[in-house]
Design a protein around this ligand. Structure first.
Ligand SMILES: Cc1cc2nc3c(=O)[nH]c(=O)nc-3n(C[C@H](O)[C@H](O)[C@H](O)COP(=O)(O)OP(=O)(O)OC[C@H]3O[C@@H](n4cnc5c(N)ncnc54)[C@H](O)[C@@H]3O)c2cc1C
Length: 489
């Protein structure tokens, strides 16, 4: 059996690939599914357009995977298309290089009159000069993670959440098991191979393999607006920079991102300064953005990897990925790491990693993930029942489809507590429902975690209507609902 450390895009993608080759797998995730970077990203299914000048290999992979994912993971993809727009201060030289780069990888780009784009995108800034259509799309991260989970479990794969890998067991330099810790304490799980798909924590996990790797972590903050705002993805046609992409996501739109090197894999608190900086940058594309209703800010940490090079600007670290066989370096035999890459290329990353693991286990079957579509859940005939979350229109019937592993899992499956009131009322209702299957103290602890997590992203964007919503939420919670004040200390 193979143990995969990490329940993000890389780990679940790998588990699915291995299972299709009939290799038994267990995924071990220390939080909830998607609690790492895969639940904290921009939501862009790249066409590759962003990288055609500076990172050609990553651009090619994105374009290839963009087409494959539309086929095999269609339930989690919205093929909206997108535009690259140049504004006054970008030189024509870059635009020409970009068009040539797109042609070189066979990416279909087409110049469209700015007047025509303005007919479908409201309030585009007056500085926009040229526009090119690209086959960008929207990748619904939580939907795809839950889809992968369903398909993995249907093939007999096991997924342990809230379980941390703390050490590796080995005999004669060869992996024989992992030590894990969960709410019931420590235990050992035997395995034949182990794969580190721990995202930003990959450097720490690799140390357990007796073979450190130098991750180049980069922090990116994004803003979510309360309305969809754009029908397709809008990118600024310029060398990759900050605040230059806006992605429609369900009823919302996400603007991002920043790109700053940081060492701590777990530092994901967005700041007010970052939120205001993004608002300023966004106004180069949309002059009226300061009047858009913002919901919250959030931050993810890119698990980038560029071995042995000193890096000053994380934008110049390749978005390509690397498969590491630690047994072939100086580490344990049967230990592997999968690092770098993008959500858009998770399937390809998993295929390469699974090739290496299958070769180690002497299994000759090759990858089938580009052909086998992910099955979606059979819709249950449940009457919707009373509304639990008014903002996102989530009913009791929808929540009842999934056993409540945690309030966070309910949130990422159903979208409850994601709307303008950020769970002020439905947080309580959710906790009350959770009490049917959990002890009251567990449900209340999860409610407090939900409050904590929502407030972290809400507070940096409390201006205008969002500040009024915040004040109303505080009053309802602490006076009407008599909640105790939450403290960050
Ligand atoms: C700001 C930002 C914007 C982005 N936007 C895009 C985009 O628009 N499109 C795109 O294609 N890509 C985008 N990306 C990149 C993409 O999100 C990441 O490449 C991808 O999500 C990484 O997935 P992962 O599975 O490798 O890591 P993660 O999702 O972080 O998964 C690793 C998991 O391992 C778990 N873990 C760690 N240590 C242990 C342990 N010891 N035991 C058990 N579990 C452990 C963690 O809890 C975590 O859940 C963006 C990234 C950032 C930061």
């Amino acid at each position: 059996m193979v143990i995969v450390i990490g329940g993000g895009a890389s780990g679940l993608g790998l588990a699915w690939d291995l299972l299709l080759r009939s290799i038994p797998v267990m995924v071990v995730e220390m939080g909830d599914i998607g609690s790492g970077t895969s639940g904290r990203f921009h939501g862009l299914l790249h066409s590759g357009g962003r990288y055609v000048v500076s990172d050609v290999q990553a651009a090619r992979e994105c374009w290839e995977e963009n087409r494959i994912l539309k086929r095999v993971a269609g339930a989690a993809i919205k093929a909206t298309g997108g535009y690259f727009l140049s504004v006054d201060d970008e030189g024509d030289a870059y635009v020409q290089d970009w068009v040539k780069g797109a042609e070189a990888i066979g990416l279909p780009v087409k110049e469209v009159a700015v007047g025509q784009i303005r007919e479908t995108v409201e309030n585009l800034g007056p500085w926009v000069r040229r526009g090119f259509s690209v086959p960008d799309g929207v990748l619904e991260g939580f939907t795809l993670l839950h889809l992968l989970r369903l398909n993995i479990e249907n093939l007999g794969g096991e997924i342990l959440t809230h379980t941390t890998v703390t050490d590796i067991r080995h005999e004669n330099g060869r992996v024989v098991g992992v030590e894990v810790m969960d709410k019931d304490g420590p235990r050992v799980i035997a395995c034949d191979a182990v794969v580190n798909a721990a995202g930003p924590y990959a450097g720490e996990v690799a140390r357990l393999f007796h073979d450190g790797i130098a991750m180049q972590l980069s922090r990116g903050t994004m803003l979510i607006f309360a309305n969809r705002r754009v029908p397709y993805v809008i990118n600024r046609l310029a060398p990759p920079g900050d605040g230059d992409i806006i992605v429609p996501h369900g009823e919302t739109a996400i603007l991002g991102t920043t790109d700053v090197l940081q060492e701590d894999p777990g530092s994901t608190r967005a700041t007010r300064e970052e939120a205001q900086y993004l608002m300023q940058l966004g106004q180069r594309l949309f002059a009226d953005m300061d009047r858009w209703r913002v919901l919250r800010a959030f931050t993810g940490v890119r698990p980038l990897y560029q071995d042995g090079q000193e890096i000053r600007d994380s934008r110049y670290i390749s978005r390509d990925f690397t498969v590491i066989d630690h047994g072939q370096r100086r580490g344990l035999v049967g230990a592997f790491s999968l690092v770098g890459g993008k959500w858009t290329t998770y399937r390809l990353m998993a295929e390469h990693m699974a090739d290496a693991v299958a070769a180690y286990l002497k299994v000759k079957r090759s990858s089938r993930t580009a052909e086998v579509p992910l099955q979606t859940a059979v819709e249950m005939d449940l009457r919707p029942g009373p509304t639990i979350c008014e903002c996102e229109r989530v009913s009791l019937g929808q929540l009842a489809r999934w056993p409540c592993a945690s309030l966070t899992e309910w949130r990422t499956r159903s979208w409850f507590a994601m709307g303008p009131c950020q769970g002020t009322m439905c947080g309580h209702r959710g906790a009350l429902l959770a009490m049917a299957v959990q002890t009251p103290s567990t449900a209340l602890r999860e409610l407090s975690q939900l409050r904590h997590e929502r407030e972290r992203g809400w507070w940096p964007t409390t201006w205008g209507d969002n500040a009024r919503q915040w004040a109303l939420g505080q009053a309802l919670r602490h006076q009407t609902l008599a909640e105790e004040a939450w403290s960050d200390e």
